[in-house]
Design a protein around this ligand. Structure first.
Ligand code: KIV
Ligand code: ZN
Length: 519
């Protein structure tokens, strides 16, 4: 059998993904994601845009230090200062890549850059030559390539390859492309850029028309050999190409695409969950590959078929993507050993202290809820075993709410062995609780994002709340779960408060929870 071509997976969850409004991650969270990406086997991790902020610089630097197998990329505009910052941040990397970009569409050149075609070619060439002083691995992106004049795009690509670019990326920056046309663009580039054989063609598609995955696949069919993508498809505006969808499409339809990737697909669901947790972006139940319903069959005919032969209605096996499903696992009478063993099967290992805490929560939950599913366990662990020490913990909560009265809450928090109580009113019970917490803690949080999702089905299901809160310009995410959704809301907000407190004290350290994600 002929050897299949490899398609490189360039993950930009930590750069373009993090540009999604409200999806900011702190450095520790970024490091955990980078570790997960390494386990997943991505070829390149784009870890940030170093010149943009100290935080981005440090993240790229930290990821550069930890990556063993993946190349680490830092983004830079085509200016020396950006390239210097990227080169500095990437210094510890085993395989550093500088990713330089410059817009080539008429719209961008005229209105944004105010440069002529000749000037653009010169700036791009100079930038690539300058970046080559620091590493041999240079990627060049003509921003808005899909709306660029083709002849000019060929000219730019030829020039940057000559200057030393080893990967040329063809961004569909605004998600304007459609699959046939975008695939044809890749063919045209292969036919019209004389030195194209010296570089890898990459694609980077946005999802404004919901076509990013289709466009990327079309490009692969037409010869692209690197796909830029993010976990859960997060990214600027409507997002990027979803890694899990592209990878599973290439794997499931190898008969059609005839290519392979180096991705260890069994790590997909766990990585998706981690990114969702850290960004606060819930995964829709019907999301392809990683949604809670992706392998659930509701129709009787389907259920009957799957029981007889899974391939009747399943084109991928759930275990191939690490989907743990809704296994009914533990009940009221299950012991600590059973909990530990099931968590281990889910890839979560806890130390003794963490296990005691998780077991208490599990017992509590199994009193309120007849059936405890894998998703419940994961929520308990994420909710209870904190990566930061709780400065503030919920002691008790009383809520009065209704259609004809103003919501009133009595929140009691514990900190340093003391209790702090505040009675507050608000637009709703959650608003009242958050106001009370702000009053007690002295922090002023602006809620940027609030998301609630039931962890499993059924009226007794736990609600999982994810928030993104802005504390003095610092965007912090929080997560909390409970069968009581107001309590879950409070816990998620307190999780964000505690992260903020930890970062104020400079005590934020790498999680002691081993989600099995460390390389
Ligand atoms: O969408 C885009 O054009 C980008 C480039 C920087 C590659 O993100
Ligand atoms: Zn982009």
């Amino acid at each position: 059998m002929a050897k299949k071509d490899k398609v490189l997976i360039f993950d930009t969850t930590l750069r373009d993904g993090e540009q999604a409004p409200g999806a900011s991650m702190n450095q520790r969270e970024k490091i955990e994601v980078a570790q997960a990406l390494e386990r997943l086997g991505v070829d390149i991790i784009e870890a940030g845009f170093p010149v943009i902020s100290k935080g981005d610089f440090n993240s790229v630097h930290s990821v550069a230090k930890l990556a063993r197998n993946a190349a680490v990329a830092g983004l830079a505009r085509s200016v020396k200062n950006d390239i210097d910052a990227a080169a500095q941040a990437l210094k510890p990397a085993r395989h550093p890549r500088i990713h330089v970009f410059l817009a080539t569409s008429k719209i961008h050149m005229e209105h944004k850059l105010r440069k002529t075609q000749d000037e653009i070619v010169q700036i791009a060439v100079d930038a690539v030559k300058y970046a080559r002083k620091f590493t041999d691995d240079i990627e060049f992106s003509p921003e808005d390539a899909s709306r660029s004049e083709k002849a000019f795009l060929y000219r730019v690509l030829e020039a940057v390859i000559k200057a030393g670019a080893t990967t040329v990326n063809i961004p569909d920056t605004v998600g304007y492309a459609v699959p046939e046309q975008y695939g044809q663009l890749i063919i045209d580039i292969r036919n019209n850029v004389p030195n194209i054989g010296k570089a890898i063609i990459s694609v980077h598609c946005h999802d404004d028309l919901g076509l990013s995955v289709a466009n990327s696949l079309s490009a692969v069919k037409c010869g692209a050999r690197q796909v830029e993508c993010t976990i859960n498809g997060i990214g600027e505006r409507a997002g990027n190409t979803s890694m899990e969808e592209v990878v599973m499409a290439l794997q499931t339809r190898q008969d059609y695409y005839g290519v392979m990737t180096g991705i260890k697909t069994t790590e997909i669901c766990r990585t998706s969950r981690l990114v969702s947790k850290h960004t606060g972006f819930a995964v829709a139940p019907n999301k392809a590959v990683v949604g809670a319903n992706a392998f659930r069959h509701e129709a009787g005919i389907h259920q009957d078929g799957v029981l007889k032969e899974p391939s009747t209605y399943e084109i991928m096996r759930p275990e191939d993507v690490g989907f743990t499903g809704l296994g009914l696992i533990l009940g009221k009478h299950s012991g600590r050993a059973a909990l530990k063993s099931r968590l281990k099967q889910l890839g979560i290992s806890l130390n003794d202290e963490q296990l005691v805490k998780a077991f208490e929560r599990f017992k509590d939950l199994s009193d309120k809820k007849k059936e405890v599913f894998d998703e419940d366990l994961i929520a308990i662990v994420e909710d209870d075993v904190r990566e930061v020490k709780d400065v503030w913990a919920l002691e008790s909560l009383e809520v009065t709410s209704g259609t004809a009265i103003q919501p009133k809450v009595d929140v009691c928090l514990r900190s340093g062995g003391k209790l702090f109580t505040k009675v507050s009113t608000g637009d709703g019970p959650v608003d009242a609780c958050y106001l009370a917490i702000d009053e007690i803690t002295g922090l002023k949080g602006k809620l940027l994002n609030y998301n609630i999702q039931s962890v499993t089905q059924g009226k007794d299901a736990q609600g999982e709340v994810r928030v993104c809160v802005n504390f003095d310009g610092d965007k912090v995410t929080g997560i909390g779960a409970s069968t009581d959704i107001i309590e879950a809301s409070v816990k998620s907000y307190l999780n964000a408060v505690n992260k903020k407190c930890a970062s104020i004290k400079g005590k934020l350290k790498i999680s002691s929870i081993d989600f099995g994600l460390k390389p």
